[in-house]
Design a protein around this ligand. Structure first.
Ligand SMILES: Nc1nc2c(ncn2[C@@H]2O[C@H](COP(=O)(O)OP(=O)(O)OP(=O)(O)O)[C@@H](O)[C@H]2O)c(=O)[nH]1
Ligand SMILES: [Mg+2]
Length: 360
C-alpha cells in the first residue's frame, strides 16, 4: 500500500529593489530613497490527519509561491509574498530529487500540523538607498530580487497501521486480512508464510482503518527464534492489537500467553496497548465442539474475546465493528471523505464503557 507522486514546487522570487531619489520642493539633491523588494513566499508541506491519500495531487502537481513586490520610492519596501502551505497525509515521506540524480530524504511527516520547508522564497533585492555610502551618496544601482528555490519532490505515502494483527504462525492472520480488505497476502498451511508485513485498508460505514498482518511469533522470538521480532517495529505505532489464536491448536490459551510474553519482551509498553482476542477456525468441528471450554478458559482474559472463522467469515464483521469501536476510543479512527462531503458524522457513544474494552 504505497502511493507515490512527484511534484514541482517553486518558492516565490524576491521583488526587485528600485532606484529612486527624493524629490521635494526646496530640497535640491534629495538623497536616494529606492526601497528594497519584498521576499518571496516559501512553500511548506503540512501534515494533515484528515486526508489519507495522495489523490489530491493527481491533477495539481505544480506549486508556485507568490513573489515579493518590488520596492518603491520614498524608502518603501515591497510586500512579502504569502507563504504556501500544501497539505499531505500523515505517513508521507518527502524526498528531493537531486540534480546529479538520485533522491535525498528530507522529512517524514508523521504529525498533524507538522511543517516542512520545501522551497524557500528568494530574498528581495536592495533598493539604491541601501547602497548609499559617504563616498557614493547618489548610487544609481539597485539589486534584483533573488529567485525562489526550485524543487522536484517525490512524495511516498507509507500507510501507518492503526491496528496490528499478531499471533502464532498459521493462526490465520493473512486469511483474516484478506477477508476484510483488498490486500491479498499469501496464505498457506505451513508456518511463516508471511515474511514481510502486509497492510490492508478495512472500510466500514464512513470509516476506515489500516490493518497490518505481520509474520507469526513463536516462543523465544525475542532471542531470534522463528523470524525474530524485528518486524514488530511496523506495529509499534498501532493503537490497537488483535491477538489471533488458532482454536484448533493443542492449547490456545497458552499460545496467546506466549505471544503476549514475546510482545512484552520486545517492547514493555505494548502490554498496555488495547487489544482484542479473536479465536479462529470455529468452522472446524473439533473447534466448535470445544467452544464452551474455550469460552470458560478465556474468561480470565480482560480483553474482549471473539470467536470467528476467517475462512467462512463467521463472526468477522462483529470483530471488525468492535475493533473500530476500540480504535475510536483510543483516538485512532479515520473519518473518510470528511473534506469532500463537508459533513460531520456524529456517532453515538456507548452510555457506559464496554466491559473489557480498555481505553487507550
Ligand atoms: N478451517 C479453517 N482454516 C483456516 C482459517 N483461517 C485460516 N485457515 C488456514 O490456516 C492456514 C494458515 O493460514 P494463514 O492465513 O496463512 O495463517 P498466518 O497466521 O498468516 O500464518 P503465518 O503467515 O505463517 O504466520 C491456511 O491453511 C488457512 O487456509 C479458518 O477460519 N478456518
Ligand atoms: Mg500469514
Amino acid at each position: 500500500m504505497i502511493d507515490r507522486v512527484e511534484i514541482y514546487v517553486k518558492g516565490g522570487d524576491g521583488g526587485n529593489g528600485v532606484v529612486g531619489f527624493r524629490r521635494e520642493k526646496f530640497v535640491p539633491y534629495g538623497g536616494p530613497d529606492g526601497g528594497n523588494g519584498g521576499a518571496g513566499g516559501s512553500a511548506y508541506l503540512v501534515g494533515d490527519g484528515n486526508i489519507s491519500t495522495l489523490l489530491g495531487f493527481r491533477y495539481k502537481k505544480q506549486f508556485r509561491v507568490e513573489r515579493g513586490s518590488p520596492g518603491k520610492g520614498k524608502n518603501m519596501h515591497g510586500k512579502r509574498g504569502a507563504d504556501l502551505f500544501i497539505k499531505v497525509p500523515l505517513g508521507t515521506q518527502v524526498r528531493r530529487k537531486k540534480e546529479e540524480g538520485g533522491e535525498e530524504l528530507i522529512a517524514d511527516v508523521l504529525e498533524h500540523g507538522q511543517q516542512v520547508l520545501v522551497a524557500k522564497g528568494g530574498r528581495g533585492g536592495f533598493g539604491n538607498a541601501h547602497f548609499a555610502t559617504s563616498t557614493n551618496q547618489a548610487p544609481r544601482n539597485a539589486e534584483n530580487g533573488k529567485p525562489g528555490e526550485e524543487r522536484w519532490l517525490v512524495l511516498d505515502l507509507k500507510l501507518l497501521a492503526d491496528v496490528g494483527l499478531v499471533g502464532y504462525p498459521n493462526a490465520g492472520k493473512s486469511t483474516l486480512l484478506s477477508a476484510v480488505s483488498k490486500a491479498r497476502p499469501k496464505i498457506a498451511d505451513y508456518p511463516f508464510t508471511t515474511t514481510e508485513p502486509v497492510l490492508g485498508v478495512v472500510g466500514m460505514n464512513y470509516q476506515s482503518f489500516v490493518l497490518a498482518d505481520i509474520p507469526g511469533i513463536i516462543e523465544g522470538a525475542h532471542q531470534g527464534r522463528g523470524l525474530g521480532l524485528d518486524f514488530l517495529r511496523h506495529i509499534e505505532r498501532t493503537k490497537v492489537l488483535i491477538q489471533l489464536v488458532d482454536g484448533s491448536s493443542a492449547d490456545p490459551l497458552s499460545d496467546l500467553r506466549k505471544v503476549e510474553a514475546e510482545l512484552e519482551a520486545y517492547e514493555p509498553t505494548l502490554k498496555d496497548r488495547p487489544r482484542i482476542v479473536a479465536i479462529n477456525k470455529i468452522d472446524l468441528p473439533e473447534v466448535r465442539s470445544r467452544l464452551p471450554q474455550l469460552e470458560m478458559e478465556f474468561k480470565a482474559f480482560e480483553s474482549p474475546v471473539y470467536f470467528i472463522s476467517a475462512a467462512t467469515g463467521e463472526g468477522v464483521e462483529e470483530l471488525m465493528m468492535k475493533t473500530m469501536e476500540v480504535l475510536s476510543q483510543a483516538g485512532g479512527a479515520v473519518l473518510e471523505k470528511k473534506e469532500e462531503s463537508g459533513f460531520k458524522v456524529f456517532r453515538p457513544r456507548p452510555l457506559s464503557p464496554q466491559k473489557g474494552a480498555r481505553r487507550g
